[in-house]
Ligand binder design. Structure first.
Ligand code: 5GP
Length: 217
């Protein structure tokens, strides 16, 4: 079970020119480049599903989707695991639960983590838990979430992160399943937002300065 940090995107990666792909007209001018096209996100997610199945197949798991940014990755990951469960001899019984966290304002991580909504995670007691998160930046959010989840005494906790940023002074453990390791740039799309915008964009993109201005609050 060799640990893999995911596909490494180098600091110099300029992304793809916007004209090479499609995206909603309402975001023209708001984006700098297509950083990770939707197709490669899906292909990498398919492989993560297989890795998860190899490690956890024939167990029961509770998938804990971290909202809001994680909804698309979680839905696609679950979809690929479902396909493996029906097309192979291994199967993974999944329950899916949700937790909503909030820690960002504009493009800055704020100090405190808010768990939004009434959170009765007692269903996690004694269970194998797979936390599914779209992006790990400083790691503070994941560290706080893991601490919170541990209080419910799960049997095992694994973490799947689509994106992990290369940052100095990262805290906590890195995810067990990583899609991509990316430079320290603010990205949007594939359910990742900037002040609630850009979730309706299928590629992961870098937002332009004018895009930041337009949706600043
Ligand atoms: P951390 O606590 O690891 O610094 O931050 C994690 C959270 O910050 C993520 O769950 C996500 O909500 C948000 N975040 C961090 N980097 C980005 C980014 O590049 N784009 C977006 N949209 N959100 C980010």
């Amino acid at each position: 079970e060799a640990k893999c940090g995911g596909i490494v995107i180098k600091d110099e990666w300029p992304g793809y020119h916007l004209d090479l792909f499609t995206f909603p007209e309402h975001y023209s001018g708001d984006l700098e480049c297509v950083y990770l096209p939707h197709g490669i996100i899906m292909d990498r997610t398919e492989r993560l599903a297989r890795d998860i199945m190899d490690d956890l197949g024939d167990h029961d798991i509770v998938v804990l989707c971290v909202l809001k940014g994680g909804y698309q990755f979680c839905a696609d990951l679950v979809e690929y695991i479902k396909a493996l469960s029906r097309n192979s001899n291994k199967s993974l019984l999944m329950r899916v639960d949700f937790i909503r966290l909030k820690s960002y304002l504009n493009d800055k991580s704020t100090e405190d983590l808010h768990i939004v909504g009434a959170e009765d995670l007692s269903v996690l007691n004694g269970k194998n838990v797979l936390i599914v998160e779209a992006i790990v930046d400083t790691g503070k959010t994941m560290k706080a979430l893991l601490k919170h989840v541990e209080t419910f005494k799960p049997k095992m906790v694994k973490v799947a992160g689509l994106l992990v940023k290369r940052v100095e002074n990262a805290v906590g453990r890195s995810p067990d399943y990583v899609g991509f390791e990316i430079p320290n740039r603010f990205v949007v799309g594939y359910a990742l937002d900037y002040n609630e915008y850009f979730r309706d964009l299928n590629h992961i993109c870098v937002i332009s300065e004018s895009g930041k201005m337009k949706y600043k609050i």
